[in-house]
Design a protein around this ligand. Structure first.
Ligand SMILES: Nc1nc2c(ncn2[C@@H]2O[C@H](COP(=O)(O)OP(=O)(O)O)[C@@H](O)[C@H]2O)c(=O)[nH]1
Ligand SMILES: Nc1ncnc2c1ncn2[C@@H]1O[C@H](COP(=O)(O)OP(=O)(O)O)[C@@H](O)[C@H]1O
Length: 216
């Protein structure tokens, strides 16, 4: 179809969305984010900057921009961040990049950020933000996952478990809440939310010309 209200695969033009996945550490949001990026080519990760050191397998510029505290200070001074927060003794921030321009073009952005960042993004841009919170089936299982991941020392795991209750207490600041028991089942739910949110009437900016065309 040569109609400008259509994208190439015959869907209507739409505004992109900001898809936020948050959870207590170890509940599975990184796993789910990676599954989503692998399955869905229309959504791209917002790569945060952090002062935390890389874990084995983490690639600079792919999973995070790993920066020194001095570099982070400079980015804050230059107003490079949409939002930033202290988490587990390190700083994490969302670079502004081209997010806003991308939304207009129908580009979706995935954010793996905590509740503080979620609140800040939501305050700035309510209409584009979709907030999803992932819960573990139990605290015992959360501890098993943090231990099984084998990326953190016993002290760090203890600190993350300590913080888990506080993080869980923010569940009511989210639009959707999913328990990550079976990861494949949980992933299908996350993907279904993304697909449904894309169909929201307000996001489908191509609807008016399309319907006008239908009505002749
Ligand atoms: N506010 C905010 N939080 C972030 C950002 N990037 C990562 N986080 C959060 O920081 C926390 C710690 O992340 P990380 O050290 O990778 O450990 P994880 O919890 O095991 O994924 C998680 O809750 C992330 O969602 C960011 O740019 N802004
Ligand atoms: N549903 C699940 N069942 C069992 N293990 C899981 C599940 N989801 C994630 N994991 C594992 O738990 C650990 C923590 O998951 P991760 O995605 O790193 O969590 P987060 O990013 O929330 O800290 C990883 O080793 C991951 O493979």
């Amino acid at each position: 179809m040569g109609d400008s209200s259509h994208t190439s695969d015959d869907r209507l033009h739409r505004r992109g969305l900001m898809f936020i996945l948050s959870s207590p550490s170890g509940a599975g949001k990184t796993t789910l984010s990676r599954m989503l990026l692998a399955r869905d080519s229309e959504i791209k990760l917002s790569v945060s900057a952090t002062t935390r050191p890389p874990r084995p397998g983490e690639v600079d510029g792919v999973h995070y921009h790993f920066v020194s505290p001095q570099e982070f200070d400079r980015m804050v001074e230059e107003d490079d961040f949409y939002e930033w927060a202290h988490v587990f003794g390190h700083r994490y921030g969302t670079p502004k990049g081209k997010i806003r321009a991308g939304l207009k073009d129908g580009k979706d952005v995935l954010f793996d950020i905590d509740w503080q960042g979620t609140q800040q993004l939501y305050q700035k841009d309510q209409q584009d933000v979709v907030r999803v919170f992932i819960l573990p089936p139990s605290l015992e299982e959360l501890h098993r996952r943090l231990t099984g991941r084998a990326t953190d020392s016993a002290e760090v795991i203890a600190a993350r478990m300590e913080r888990a209750r506080a993080e869980i207490s923010h569940w009511d600041g989210y639009d959707y809440v999913i328990i990550n028991d079976n990861v494949d089942v949980c992933f299908e739910k996350v993907h279904a939310i993304l697909e449904a949110e894309r169909m929201k009437r307000q996001r489908q900016t191509g609807l008016i010309p399309f319907v006008r065309g239908l009505m002749g």
